[in-house]
Design a protein around this ligand. Structure first.
Ligand code: SAM
Length: 256
């Protein structure tokens, strides 16, 4: 078992994950929420832990000026290769910078219109330091911070629905587990993350549950019914009580 992302790149496994129904739904749901909350125009967007650039390239294609900051050179190489193929038709720009999100202000400055951090907190020992850094980087007076993290209140859902009641009982009161990528990953309470953000002057705009009904489907590939699953997950993920038991939460907050 690996106990952190960096120091043994998981890029190949992650790229495979993104092609499964679970991975594709996660990206599509996050994209839908971003499109809902990001205002139009050539915004400056910082994607902390942006990895292979799935959201970053999509936003750059639509005219945003995007910077990905990520410590894993293998993930950045994938992003660079895709960007090489796609940049001729993109309306925006993409910069790829190697480094940790905790050092973002020194590496890429602040005053960003939107700061994204999706699927990163779960690989860190100290999520608070990264959340504080995201808050510092977002523009005071309206800058958005978008965080996707593992939901500590619903860890037992996956093993239980997979048919493993003992495993579900084991994780029900825990904050960490061995994720599908084989690395120890941590879950967080949304309310704890909201508290950290509030200390930086950010208030929640909206939050979503990501993967309410589909998290236990393993490596099932997306099928012809993908858009029906997407619509269902979007509607359920937008309201309680469904969103409360989703695998991940997607928190969108804004600087006062
Ligand atoms: C599961 S991938 C998520 C990639 C992308 N955000 C997405 O949602 O597709 C996790 C990413 O977090 C990055 N990461 C790990 N530790 C980090 C840190 N301290 N600061 C910024 N990124 C980090 C990894 O290099 C990896 O690219």
């Amino acid at each position: 078992m690996k106990n952190s992302w960096v120091g043994g790149s998981l890029s190949t496994d992650y790229i495979h994950h993104a092609t499964t129904l679970r991975g594709a739904l996660r990206q599509a749901l996050v994209a839908r929420a971003l499109d809902t909350h990001l205002p139009p125009g050539p915004l400056r967007v910082l994607d902390v832990g942006g990895g292979t650039g799935i959201q970053a390239l999509r936003l750059a294609a639509r005219g945003r000026a995007v910077t990905v900051l990520d410590p894993d050179p293998a993930m950045l190489e994938h992003a660079a290769a895709r960007w090489k193929r796609e940049r001729a038709t993109a309306a925006g720009t993409l910069d790829l910078i190697e480094g940790r999100g905790e050092d973002a202000q020194e590496l890429v400055g602040d005053n960003w219109d939107a700061v994204l951090c999706h699927g990163v907190l779960m690989y860190l020992q100290d999520a608070g330091a990264l959340v504080a850094s995201l808050g510092r980087c977002a523009r005071k007076g309206g800058g958005l911070v978008s965080i996707l993290a593992k939901n500590a209140d619903a860890l037992a859902m996956r093993p239980a629905l997979e048919g493993s009641p003992q495993e579900a009982l084991d994780v029900i009161n825990r904050r960490s587990e061995l994720g599908k990528l084989g690395v120890e990953s941590r879950a967080h309470r949304r309310t704890d993350i909201e508290r950290c953000l509030r200390e930086q002057g950010l208030e929640t705009v909206q939050w979503y549950g990501v993967r309410v009904f589909t998290d236990h489907l393993g490596d099932t590939p997306p099928g012809e019914d993908f858009s029906a699953w997407l619509d269902l997950e979007w509607v359920a993920g937008s309201r309680s009580p469904y969103r409360d038991v989703a695998r991940l939460f997607h928190l969108v907050s804004r600087h006062a």
